[in-house]
Design a protein around this ligand. Structure first.
Ligand code: NAD
Length: 264
């Protein structure tokens, strides 16, 4: 984990708060789980491959494409942690190619994970969140991990971008549906974040070190985003400090989307 979220953590603003992070056994999700625990939360990690879940988290094996498994993992997490106040819908996979490169089966496979996986998690969690909202107004939230791909028009990412764009719209619609229930819904849009996912992509290159350097050079900041830096944004959106924030997306992308830099 890189970025400013190394222990010791400055605040314990999640003391006793029960939280669920999907895809929390690796990368951004693991950084979120670690950060929330460091700030006092009780955390369950739902992952199809939960071995990498951070120490101290309740690790639950479930695939977000399996509605019954998601429901049972979410209910189990709520029973073990004493309810659910924070949900982070983060599990997702990548997909490369133009719209012609992926057939229907591949579109359905990726959308099933990246979009419906989040829908299934939220649907299972909402009854628990509703109960929590009565007790802790302002501290009951859902945060989705969308992507810069939702807003930037990246080449060779048609399917992935469509999946993350759907999460952006889902975030807005859900924020409207649940605002009067005291449940906030937001998303983070990471840029290229230094996680095992990016590591796997780089390993496929002929020269991974050169490919990493080229990737870094394309970032306005000259470096990749740290998983811990994305986690910091998620923690803000899940904390009472953002009690007035709902239906928004927070880009953590080193300026990738917003800046128009002149070539050096
Ligand atoms: P990662 O591969 O390191 O971690 C993803 C985790 O999700 C893994 O633990 C994996 O087992 C889990 N997962 C995947 N499919 C699952 C399924 N069907 N059911 C349950 N768990 C599943 O990836 P990461 O880089 O940490 O990405 C996390 C999220 O951030 C993803 O939604 C991704 O789209 C998004 N994101 C990543 C980047 C980046 O550059 N790394 C940029 C923008 C958005």
């Amino acid at each position: 984990m890189t970025g400013p979220n190394q222990p010791p953590y400055p605040v314990r603003d999640f003391d006793g708060v029960p939280a669920l992070v999907t895809g929390g056994a690796s990368g951004i999700g693991a950084a979120v789980a670690t950060l929330l625990m460091g700030r006092g939360a009780r955390v369950a990690v739902l992952d199809r491959d939960p071995e990498g879940a951070p120490e101290g988290a309740l690790a639950l094996k479930a695939d977000v494409t399996d509605d019954a498994a998601v429901r049972s993992a979410v209910d189990h997490a709520a029973a073990e942690l004493g309810g659910l106040h924070v949900v982070v819908g983060n599990a997702g996979i990548g997909a490369a190619g133009t719209v012609e490169d992926n057939d229907d089966a591949e579109w359905q496979r990726v959308l099933d994970i990246n979009v419906l996986g989040v829908v299934r998690t939220d649907r299972a969690a909402l009854p628990h969140l509703r109960r929590a909202a009565a007790e802790r107004p302002g501290q009951v939230s859902i945060t989705h991990t969308s992507s810069i791909a939702a807003t930037a028009g990246l080449p060779q990412r048609a399917l992935y971008s469509a999946s993350k764009g759907a999460l952006l719209s889902l975030t807005l619609a859900m924020a409207a549906d649940h605002v009067r229930e005291g449940i906030r819904v937001n998303c983070v849009n990471p840029g290229t974040a230094d996680t095992p996912w990016i590591g796997r992509l780089l390993e496929q290159a002929a020269d991974p070190a050169a490919e990493r350097a080229a990737l870094e050079a394309r970032q306005p900041t000259g470096r990749l985003v740290g998983a811990g830096e994305v986690a910091d944004a998620v923690a803000y959106l899940a904390s009472p400090r953002s009690a007035a924030v709902t239906g928004t997306s927070l880009a953590v992308d080193g300026g990738m989307q917003g800046l128009r830099l002149r070539p050096a």
